[in-house]
Write a protein that binds this ligand. Structure first.
Ligand SMILES: [Zn+2]
Length: 126
């Protein structure tokens, strides 16, 4: 049998992957709930709101709507990142930087289990 050499140098042991997977999945549920709550608090989602607002009310609503949009886009980014990390687990590449292919520092993963790039690549991106 020919040994394929495309295996990562080291990978996170599967006994550690399960709690990470569980964590990521629970985070996804949490963020989805947050997204729903934000959308509910968006004044634009209130169909009963008066269309003949005062200018002040209008500004409040615009600001409230803008805030909701910003929050929702943040939550969406979180969800994308969490799903990406889950996919990495599925394909057996969790803990490997998607940019340079090196192992991501485990301290970094312990703090942010959803990261899929190493600290060096993260710094480069900013
Ligand atoms: Zn990297």
């Amino acid at each position: 049998m020919v040994q394929k050499n495309n295996q990562p140098v080291a990978s996170i042991p599967s006994r550690l992957l399960l709690p990470i997977k569980t964590f990521l999945e629970s985070e996804i549920i949490k963020w989805k709930r947050t997204e729903k709550d934000i959308k509910k608090s968006d004044p634009f989602s209130d169909t009963n709101r008066l269309m003949q607002n005062s200018v002040e009310q209008d500004v409040d609503e615009q600001v409230g709507h803008f805030e909701s949009e910003v929050k929702v886009s943040f939550v969406k980014k979180q969800l994308v990142q969490l799903r990406k990390a889950l996919t990495m687990i599925k394909v057996g590449k969790y803990g490997i930087c998607e940019k340079c292919g090196k192992m991501i520092d485990t301290d970094r993963l312990a703090v942010k289990p959803e990261v899929t790039i190493c600290i060096n690549c993260a710094v480069d991106r900013e």
